[in-house]
Design a protein around this ligand. Structure first.
Ligand SMILES: Nc1ncnc2c1ncn2[C@@H]1O[C@H](COP(=O)(O)OP(=O)(O)OP(=O)(O)O)[C@@H](O)[C@H]1O
Ligand SMILES: [Mg+2]
Length: 504
């Protein structure tokens, strides 16, 4: 480490309502390095970066840029020092166009004060092309998929001539090829002297792209050094405080009768000829690349999309599902992806976000029985290791991963016979992932039918009894959990191998 880092944060401390979340944290970043900031959910990563981004004030500590102490009193000041921040929770405005989002707050105007729309569109196109994104600069953001929103958030940071870019889980919604392009761009930036602080729970990516690392645990730095010298295992151990093994999770057990049978399900342009069965006690996985149609398929099954043909049977009875309410009545629950858009209600407390979809469980003569609600919350808090000091605070005060755990608790509490998890561990740290997997396995052992959608093959491999691979809206392979390998899955997911299956 050189004596003159580009940025040094020294002995930073921060408390919220008397609870200390950062304790004497120091972090140094050189020019032209990609620095990984690692730690479990709630370790304090986003809080530390919010301080660097001028969003939060530290209680104690100093920040030094190029040798001079600075006061980053608001985001604009940070930006003036060349710091850009790609937030964990996407900050794009749905009702604006793509280019308007990119230039929000720094619009280009001519000498008469008129907006230079074409110029802004051209610059937007250039940046999007760099990232390999094929969208029109004038498209409204609301019409775009989440992965594009994340790419817009990234483009926004690239637009400014930044010296330091903070990326807080930038790849959580991206497909593999998008990640590759982003990494290529990051390497270019690094070579031109730009520094990047990279936060992610995907340790394989971290290992690939980062030069150095700092690990936080419970608000304290527990280790730092060169990435080259460390294995993913040692870093995991630093983060979690114990060894994490990589074995398969599911145990062999006998399945009950089929609880869900899907035949010949099709929806124009989205998916076709889908056949599969889920038995009681079975964990059934679906994987593939972005755009493989799996999310749309299960949104249809849950009643978010009305137009489809084919047959769905729950417990051998044909059901017609054209509304989520009907799915719930039939016994199907869905833990959606994209918690910010689909799942959390920001202004409600943590505890109410948990109980919202199952208020009946806590009701007594028309009133909510708060004691019951609280003790249920305590149950999930223990079970999923949710880090929250006071469940009555609004959910947006929780760390990203802990918000996700509350959403999972909410759906577990709904307690349907069939549960669909779409990307259940997005933004969840390695240790907590295991707790969630453990819980999913227990649910299956209790006789529930479980469906897991995930783009992470290792997750599917660890968890599922039966694995389906999708490609362009079709199921192109079905394996048992023991048969499947990551390579096999990949070759079907990319379309280089295919065998269209016609019955389940
Ligand atoms: N505004 C706030 N009010 C109260 N507590 C907060 C606030 N912001 C963060 N916290 C708490 O600070 C701790 C650290 O949160 P932070 O968001 O920094 O974690 P993180 O390391 O980014 O985790 P994740 O990987 O889940 O995103 C958490 O316990 C969180 O609940
Ligand atoms: Mg965070």
């Amino acid at each position: 480490m050189s004596a003159n880092p580009f940025i040094a944060m020294k002995n930073i401390e921060k408390s919220f309502n008397g609870v200390s979340v950062l304790k004497k944290v120091s972090l140094q970043v050189e020019s032209g390095e990609i620095h990984a900031l690692l730690g479990e959910n709630g370790a304090g990563k986003s809080t530390l970066m919010n301080i660097l981004g001028g969003v939060l004030k530290p209680d104690v500590g100093s920040i030094i840029i190029n040798g001079n102490e600075v006061k980053l009193t608001n985001p604009r000041v940070s930006q003036q020092y060349g710091i850009s921040f790609i937030h964990q929770e996407l900050n794009v405005v749905s009702d604006l166009r793509v280019y308007e989002n990119l230039f929000l707050g720094s619009e280009l105007r001519n000498k008469f004060g008129f907006l230079k729309v074409e110029e802004m569109c051209n610059q937007t196109s250039d940046i999007l092309a760099l990232l390999g994104v094929d969208i029109h600069p004038k498209e409204y953001v609301r019409n775009l998929d989440t992965s594009y929103k994340q790419l817009i958030e990234i483009s926004k940071a690239l637009l400014h001539k930044s010296k330091l870019i903070i990326m807080d889980e930038p790849t959580s919604a991206l497909a593999e090829h998008e990640v590759e392009r982003l990494f290529a761009k990051m390497r270019n930036l690094k070579n031109s002297g730009v520094s990047i602080i990279y936060i992610s729970h995907k340790l394989k990516e971290v290992k690939e792209i980062c030069n150095r690392y700092t690990v936080l645990r419970d608000g304290e730095v527990v280790g730092n050094g060169d990435m080259e010298n460390e294995s993913i295992e040692t870093i995991t151990k630093l983060m979690v405080g114990k060894e994490i093994s990589e074995e398969r999770f599911t145990r062999k057990h006998t399945f009950g009768p089929s609880v869900l049978e899907v035949s010949n399900l099709s929806s124009e342009g989205l998916f076709k000829n889908i056949h599969f069965t889920v038995r009681k006690g079975e964990i059934v996985g679906f994987t593939g690349l972005a755009g493989d149609g799996r999310t749309e398929l299960f949104e249809s099954l849950f009643g978010y999309r009305k137009k489809y043909s084919g047959e769905i049977k729950v417990n051998r009875r044909v059901v017609k599902i054209d509304h989520p309410r009907k799915a719930l009545i039939a016994g199907i629950g869905l833990v959606p992806k994209d918690r910010k858009e689909n799942a959390i209600i920001k202004d409600l407390s943590v505890i109410h976000n948990m109980s919202l979809s199952s208020l009946g469980h806590f009701e007594k003569s028309g009133f909510i029985h708060e004691g019951k609600e609280k003790s249920k919350f305590e149950f999930y808090k223990r079970k999923l290791n949710i880090k929250v000091h006071n469940p009555r605070i609004t959910i947006d005060k929780l760390s990203g991963g802990n918000q996700q755990k509350v959403i999972i608790a909410k759906w577990l509490e709904v307690d349907t016979e069939i549960i669909i998890f779409d990307n259940p561990t997005q933004g969840i740290d390695v240790g907590a992932k295991r707790e969630i997997y453990q819980h999913i396995v227990e649910l299956a052992e209790q006789g529930k039918g479980i469906i897991i959608l995930s783009s992470e093959a290792p997750e599917i491999l660890k968890l599922c009894h039966t694995i389906h691979v999708m490609y362009q809206g079709e199921i192109t392979a079905r394996f048992t959990g023991e048969q499947a390998t990551e390579d096999e899955i990949m070759s079907y997911a990319t379309g280089s191998k295919r065998e269209v299956l016609h019955n389940g």
